[in-house]
Design a binder for this molecule. Structure first.
Ligand SMILES: Cc1cc2nc3c(=O)[nH]c(=O)nc-3n(C[C@H](O)[C@H](O)[C@H](O)COP(=O)(O)OP(=O)(O)OC[C@H]3O[C@@H](n4cnc5c(N)ncnc54)[C@H](O)[C@@H]3O)c2cc1C
Ligand code: SF4
Length: 491
């Protein structure tokens, strides 16, 4: 521990965002950076508390006190060496992780926690800048071949560790580019896609083989995914050509809202909306006449986002950038408390009100509101959504369960030209690959894994959201790493 009194003298200072009036006109990352000196001061706030609960809370088990100390001393290479032992992709988590660690930081028990996520990002970006993140191919190959299906964070993480351990790894990805929801879900203003390309180039130099536009299995899969023009590879061909097949295909079955009027035009899944915008920024449509790549624009429209979570917030930020006339985000659950509730004492993760950079850019948020129906327009607008009919709800605890009760006489209407459904994901897409391989699914509809990562087919394993359900980038990375460790032990 470099500075035993840092936490007493120095206050938490966040990186901050670019001004709203500037960032709303582009899709570049909104978060700014602190100077090296400020960053080192922030790292000095780590108390080296003895029992670092941050380490316990972090799914990849980063050892924060050790690398905070190196940052404080200006030893960026030393900090990076420790960080990369546990986290293969700090440039992704440093940008988009909700920082589960910070909710458990011991300093956070009676002060503001250490800026762990932003310190993590500073370490990895400094390491790239210093040229010390270089390819580390294995010294020799072990003759074993593994196919990874799906190049989201779980698949990339598994491929990274398996390849470094000497396995020959081929990653099959149905979409045009690699990254899964890192690339086609999370907006560019949170994660610039060049950082995925930079990491992929490094993994290629280490020997990982990536095959994009290769869809495994018979059917199209999930919302927000491309791959309709991809080459189709039979799942059984992989089973015969590889020693093991690891599925990391995500949980891409989006929850729908079966309310009257749902068939009207202008009601779309958030993922279709967000991914088309990301594809447009990447220039994927340029030179092609593919209508399916035409972005859905919110320009001049009254936008209603249904779902108060992170995907909904990404829709708010995108709609504001596209020039929406008005943006309203609605959520059926009550407004969360602003501070940690007694039901989630430190060091547990608390559900508290989250105000993202997108919320600060404009729009209204409503809680405890349920959708009753969608109304079509008249005349030229017939068949297209024009309004959404809502009511207020109360939540009451009955027999140990929360029940939603409609508030009598509370019906109201909001005008809407574009409705974005951002209500989360139910499970892995079961048509196509999962059905082709006859894999068992669990009670939540995800791929059932037995013991560790084995599915009901001994040669096929699964990791990430496809077996755990929709979760977080850091959990997908952790699961990909754990699957790789289990494969190394088994093969
Ligand atoms: C809009 C949005 C915003 C999010 N924001 C955040 C955030 O800020 N922070 C955070 O921590 N998490 C966030 N998440 C969640 C996070 O992105 C996911 O939990 C994570 O990407 C899951 O990783 P995965 O590798 O398991 O699956 P995915 O990222 O879903 O990747 C699965 C990959 O498999 C491919 N695939 C599927 N089927 C096949 C097939 N048959 N053949 C070949 N390839 C196939 C898909 O094309 C895809 O590339 C967000 C999610 C969304 C949708
Ligand atoms: S990966 Fe997430 S939880 Fe882990 S140290 Fe980084 S910000 Fe914290």
């Amino acid at each position: 521990m470099g500075d035993p009194t840092g936490f007493l003298r120095i206050k938490r200072k966040q990186s901050g965002y670019r001004p709203v009036e500037e960032r709303i006109n582009d899709y570049s990352e909104v978060e700014t950076k602190l100077s090296d000196g400020d960053r080192q001061a922030q790292a000095s706030r780590c108390m080296d508390c003895g029992v670092p609960f941050c380490h316990w809370a972090c799914p990849v088990a980063n050892v924060m006190p050790e690398w905070q100390d190196r940052v404080y001393r200006g030893d960026w290479a030393g900090a990076w060496a420790i960080l990369q032992d546990t986290n293969p992709f700090p440039e992704f988590t440093g940008r988009v992780c909700p920082a589960l660690c910070e909710a458990s930081c011991v300093l956070g028990a009676n002060d503001e926690p250490v800026t762990i996520r932003q310190n993590e990002l500073a370490v990895i970006e400094k390491a790239w800048q210093m040229g010390i993140v270089t390819p580390q191919p294995p010294r020799k190959r072990n003759g074993k071949k593994v196919a990874v299906v799906g190049a989201g964070p779980a698949g990339l993480s598994a491929a990274y560790f398996l390849n470094r351990a000497g396995f020959s790894v081929t990653v099959y990805e149905a979409d045009r580019k690699l990254g899964g929801y890192l690339r086609y879900g999370i907006p560019d203003f949170k994660l610039d896609k060049s950082f995925i390309d930079r990491r992929v180039r490094l993994m290629e130099a280490e020997g990982v083989v990536f095959k994009t536009n290769h869809r495994i299995g018979s059917a199209l899969f999930g919302f927000g995914t491309g791959g309709s023009g991809a080459e189709i590879v039979e799942a059984k061909d992989l089973e015969t050509s590889f020693d093991l097949v690891l599925l990391t295909i995500g949980a891409r079955e989006a929850r729908d809202l079966k309310a009257p009027g749902r068939e009207n035009a202008g009601i779309v899944q958030a993922l279709d909306y967000l991914s088309l915008q990301n594809r447009a920024i990447a220039g994927e449509r340029a030179g092609e006449k593919d209508e399916s790549l035409e972005p859905i624009t919110a320009f001049g429209k009254r936008v209603v986002v249904i779902g108060g979570g992170d995907t909904g917030s990404d829709c708010v930020g995108t709609a504001n950038r596209q020039g929406a006339a008005k943006v309203t985000q609605i959520e059926v659950l009550p407004k969360p408390p602003e501070h940690r509730p007694d039901s989630a004492p430190w060091p547990l993760w608390p559900t508290v009100l989250k105000t993202s950079s997108s919320h600060l850019e404009g729009g209204e948020r409503l809680w405890s509101v349920n959708t009753k129906s969608f109304k079509s327009g008249e005349g030229a607008k017939k068949g297209s959504v024009d309004a959404i009919q809502l009511c207020r709800v109360d939540w009451k605890m009955e027999n140990g369960r929360w029940n939603m009760i409609e508030v009598p006489g509370s019906d109201f209407e909001i005008g809407a030209d574009l409705v974005l459904l951002a209500m989360g994901f139910t499970h892995v897409v079961q048509q196509g690959l999962v059905a082709d391989l006859n894999l068992e699914t669990d009670e939540r509809g995800n791929i059932r894994t037995k013991g560790s990562f084995h599915t009901s087919n001994a040669k096929v394993w699964a990791a990430g959201d496809s077996r755990n359900g929709a979760s977080l980038v850091v959990r997908a990375i952790a699961d990909g790493r754990a699957a790789a460790e289990a494969i190394i032990q088994t093969l």
